[in-house]
Design a protein around this ligand. Structure first.
Ligand code: PAF
Length: 286
């Protein structure tokens, strides 16, 4: 695998490949790679000839008081992991390369409505930071395909909306959530959890599943289901962020007649803010 740190070097490397007819897949990450990221690489390789991973801890998507400074940076280990999966290129720019005029002077991409709810409400400006950096990465690498994890369900919607609205010709693929043996969604932020918290963390997935089961059994009291899930999480040591039963297509609150649902959850456990989700399809006969 070849690592490049500049936009110019990445473009110079990809241009002849593109000219010779090779297709390019992009896998944007913030590094500290785990098995979930490596599954994104595997999926990317199934969809294109050349795979480009990116590692950039994007300051624009962190709010004041969040973990920008402490976010784990493990470039050497990440390079070895990407190598082991036959990734072709790693683009690992620094902040000056990505934002040469400074953060405040950077043109931003803001995706309306969907960016302001759920994670966007808890983390104002977060999705503008995400959409801005992903838009830049699309402009830099001009990929045919880009792969993102479905753990960040709302992020995936924001990125799809951004690419559609800005007419960016890229096929965006969502990859299933990678989990540990207890069902905990893999995340770089799981590294903030103690052994004891790791054990408690599996309650997030279990609570999503219980809520999905109750919906499947015909319970349509959405507000009550959400509140009892929140209470269950609190009993296991989580601090509330949100637990919402939504419509899949626009992530607005579901009502009792909606069938294509997704349950989105975010909660704090110790020093970590964990997110997870579960799609629920109710049969139309219910
Ligand atoms: O999901 C992430 O790791 C980041 O939000 C992304 C998409 C790489 C943008 O910085």
């Amino acid at each position: 695998m070849i690592t490049v740190h500049s936009i110019q070097a990445l473009r110079a490397a990809l241009a002849p490949l593109r000219q010779s007819g090779k297709t390019i897949a992009l896998v944007p990450t913030m590094g500290n790679l785990h098995d979930g990221h490596l599954q994104l690489i595997d999926l990317a390789k199934q969809h294109a000839d050349i795979t480009v991973a990116t590692i950039f801890v994007n300051p624009l998507q962190f709010g004041a008081g969040e973990d920008l400074d402490t976010y784990p940076r493990t470039l050497t280990e990440d390079q070895a992991k990407l190598n082991s999966r036959d990734c072709d290129f790693l683009f690992a720019p620094n902040e000056v390369e990505m934002y040469p005029n400074g953060r405040a002077q950077q043109t931003e991409v803001s995706v309306p409505a969907i960016s302001d709810i759920h994670c966007g409400a808890s983390r104002p400006g977060h999705f503008t930071g995400v959409a801005t950096v992903v838009c830049k990465l699309f402009g830099i690498a001009q990929p045919d395909v880009a792969v993102f994890g479905e753990k960040d369900y709302q992020q995936l919607k924001v990125i799809r909306q951004m690419a559609t609205d800005l007419c960016i010709p890229v096929n965006i693929i969502g990859a299933p959530i990678a989990r540990n043996k207890d069902g905990l969604a893999l995340s770089s932020r799981n590294g903030y959890l103690s052994e004891q918290e790791i054990q408690l963390a599996k309650t997030l997935r279990a609570t999503l599943q219980q809520t999905a089961d109750l919906l499947q059994q015909g319970n349509r009291n959405i507000a009550e289901l959400q509140e009892s899930a929140q209470q269950q999480l609190e009993q296991h040591g989580f601090k509330r962020d949100y637990f919402v039963i939504c419509r899949q297509h626009d992530l607005q609150p579901a009502d009792s007649t909606d069938k294509n649902l997704v349950i989105l959850a975010a909660a704090h456990l110790g020093a970590a803010r964990l997110i997870d989700n579960l799609e629920v399809l109710l049969s139309s006969s219910e």
